[in-house]
Design a protein around this ligand. Structure first.
Ligand SMILES: Nc1ncnc2c1ncn2[C@@H]1O[C@H](COP(=O)(O)OP(=O)(O)OP(=O)(O)O)[C@@H](O)[C@H]1O
Ligand SMILES: Nc1ccn([C@H]2C[C@H](O)[C@@H](COP(=O)(O)O)O2)c(=O)n1
Length: 228
């Protein structure tokens, strides 16, 4: 990793809005985007498709080492992700795969296998990286680190609305439990736990609109990196 590349990290719990904000900030700045959660989701999905034992760390580590993935953009600007040549953009976004990603994310061998792949995203003119350990482990010398959070109730409500908007079945009480369990697992694992970096700026989006969060992050980026 070169320290000359400007890097903005956005970490935080599930449903805090990291992905939404990271994508829009990267678009505005014209920088590259690393959605690190997608990599953990891809390892989980690949493991499910190979019928691996969900607890088999060695097998998931090998999957992570050999991950054959390609990222692209659909004509409408949406994401397109191929796993071993198959388009999986929708399949990796299910709650089941998110849960699987949280499990494989607790495996040290998987994290080690994905580390350099993530660092390779740091390319000129700059990188916006979102996840759980972007500011603490993957890019510890990033020049701007944001920890984006929101109350557990608000995050469950956002996820509920997101699923409903996609025409999917959703149950708010069940989602709240799932989010609480994912928070617990991601924050309590011994390796690269979800937590703010010591030098991260905390943005609590509980009562903020997406546009307000975007404006705040762009303001912080302009102050740190200049207006370009
Ligand atoms: N400030 C906000 N106010 C209202 N809704 C929001 C806000 N930020 C994000 N959302 C909505 O909440 C949902 C979850 O956002 P998003 O997927 O970006 O979260 P995330 O932190 O990346 O979650 P995960 O880590 O689980 O992928 C989306 O439907 C998004 O449009
Ligand atoms: N840097 C990261 C990113 C993600 N994970 C794990 C833990 C999450 O619950 C899961 C899914 O992430 P999402 O796509 O919802 O952001 O993947 C991680 O351990 N480290």
């Amino acid at each position: 990793m070169t320290d000359r590349i400007p890097i903005l990290t956005i970490d935080g719990p599930s449903g805090s809005g990291k992905g939404t904000i990271a994508r829009r900030v990267a678009d505005q700045l014209g920088w590259h985007l690393l959605d690190s959660g997608a990599l953990y989701r891809l390892v989980a999905l690949a493991g499910q498709r190979k019928s691996l034992d969900p607890a088999d760390q060695g097998a998931h580590e090998r999957v992570a080492q050999q991950l054959d993935v390609r990222f692209g953009l659909a004509p409408d600007g949406g994401e397109q992700i191929w796993l071993e040549g198959e388009e999986v953009s929708k399949a990796i976004r299910t709650e089941q795969t998110g849960e699987g990603a949280s499990r494989v994310g607790a495996m040290p061998g998987v994290r080690a296998a994905l580390l350099e792949r993530q660092r390779a995203f740091a390319q000129a003119p700059g990188l916006v990286a979102d996840g759980r350990d972007m500011g603490t482990v993957v890019f510890p010398s990033a020049r701007l680190k944001i920890y984006l959070t929101a109350s557990a109730e608000e995050r469950a409500r956002r996820r509920y609305n997101q699923l409903k908007d996609k025409g999917l079945d959703a149950n708010l009480a069940a989602l709240s439990l799932d989010i609480a369990e994912r928070d617990r697992r991601d924050a309590s694992r011994p390796i690269a736990p979800l937590k703010p970096a010591d030098d991260a700026l905390i943005v609590d989006s509980t009562s903020m609109t997406i546009d307000a969060v975007l404006a705040r992050v762009l303001e912080l980026a302009a102050a740190r990196f200049g207006r370009g």
